[in-house]
Design a protein around this ligand. Structure first.
Ligand code: PMP
Length: 392
């Protein structure tokens, strides 16, 4: 019988495991930062109507430039953006992949600062782009000095920043963006998948677009809009960047159904984005409750919270799962990440954690903000770490 090892697979893909956040059927699923609220009925109806209107024309290819949808996205983003500055694809993962295809590739490199989004190194791998991990300080912060020093040392073709950062949750210090834009010899990509959840006063990299033609801001409808199953991600940048990704995109990559559904969702954005305030409340409740219980918790501008546990995080992860609550082990020793969902889900998570830890968790946890230093280049949840992610 033929196995993967028998196939003439690319050498750099041998021995790798695919991205695989567990998709388990448990009562409380708080492991992939989805929006826990289902699509409201009026929006379901609007999507159905919009999709229905496309059905008879499915014999034809869709608008391969998705101009109507891009105009709607530009309108949503504001900042004076126009349709020519926005590009859309099947999730922001595909957007990031297209950016790497256009600006990275064999012989080129991308610099990221881990722990950050686990797909960044995997997308680099898939596109043959060398991934360099510039690391973070022990408190998970990224400071301008480190960013500039790593850029000078590696001269990357792309720099990936993530704000708010996944898995730590904290938004980027604007001084870092300024410093990176000054120092980077190539493209600067700011992954803002969780931007809508940021705490007041947080600035978006969108504000820095004027005058910076090599800056790209990526966004998604998977989180705040609760449209993860619809698969719609997008970017905002100089029109030349949009022209660049059009060189590598597949023809007709965005189906007519996706375009129609996403436009219906955008037309109902007030109803959908109403959940953001509730989710932020739950996020803040998780942060304050865990801190009151003595846990170390990273500041969060996202719809998830990173917290330190005593002992091996894989044990806590498993015990929470046994209690019906699925959280995320991102492969960071001593830390777990939980998505902020409905108040009932927060109740369930907080109760399960209290039962699991029996009130004794914490202060002696292996990981510490401002405590144990995080090794530079620590591989986090990149599909190779063999952490609990490998379990399911
Ligand atoms: N960026 C970050 C930081 C993420 O956490 C995610 C999803 N987990 C994505 C991008 C990709 O999201 P999507 O492809 O659903 O837009």
């Amino acid at each position: 019988m033929t196995s993967l090892d028998d196939l003439p697979l690319r050498e750099d893909l041998r021995g790798r495991t695919p991205y695989g956040a567990p998709q388990l059927d448990v009562p409380v699923r708080l492991n992939t930062n989805e929006n826990s609220y289902p699509v409201p009925e009026p929006v379901v109806e609007a999507i159905a109507k919009a999709v229905h209107a496309e059905l008879a024309d499915l014999n034809r290819y869709p608008d391969r430039d998705a101009r109507a949808l891009r105009a709607d996205l530009a309108d949503y983003l504001g900042h004076g953006l126009t349709v020519d500055q926005v590009w859309a694809a099947n999730g922001s993962n595909e957007i990031l992949q297209q950016l790497l295809q256009a600006f990275g590739g064999p012989g080129r490199s991308v610099l990221g600062f881990g722990p950050a989004y686990s797909m960044h190194p995997l997308l680099a791998l898939g596109t043959g782009t060398a991934f360099v991990d510039g690391g973070r300080d022990a408190d998970f912060a990224l400071r301008p000095e480190r960013a500039v020093e790593r850029i000078a040392a590696h001269r990357p073709d792309l720099v990936f920043l993530c704000s708010p950062n996944n898995p730590t949750g904290t938004a980027l210090d604007p001084e870092v963006l300024t410093a990176v834009l000054d120092a980077a010899p190539g493209m600067v990509v700011v992954d803002e998948a969780y931007a809508e959840f940021a705490r007041p006063g947080t600035t978006s990299a969108l504000a820095a677009l004027p005058g910076h033609p090599r800056l790209v801001v990526t966004r998604t409808m998977s989180k705040a809009f609760g449209f993860a199953g619809g698969r719609l991600g997008y970017l905002a940048a100089h029109p030349a960047v949009v022209q660049a990704v059009q060189l590598v995109r597949l023809p007709y990559h965005l189906s007519a159904l996706t375009q129609a559904a996403a436009r219906a969702v955008l037309a109902h954005r007030t109803a959908l984005l109403a959940t953001v305030a509730v989710l932020k409340e739950q996020r803040d409740r998780i942060v304050s409750t865990l801190r009151a219980r003595g846990y170390r918790v990273a500041d969060s501008d996202a719809n998830f919270v990173l917290f330190a546990v005593a002992g091996d995080q894989r044990d806590t992860w498993r015990r929470l799962l046994d209690a019906g609550v699925l959280v995320r082990d991102v492969g960071l020793p001593g830390w777990l990440r939980v998505t902020a969902g409905t108040p009932a889900e927060t109740d369930a998570f907080l109760a399960a954690l209290a039962a699991v830890d029996n009130g004794t968790a914490v202060a002696d946890g292996a990981a510490a903000i401002g405590g144990v230093a995080l090794a530079d280049g620590a591989a986090v949840d990149d599909g190779r770490s063999g952490g609990s992610e490998g379990i399911a």
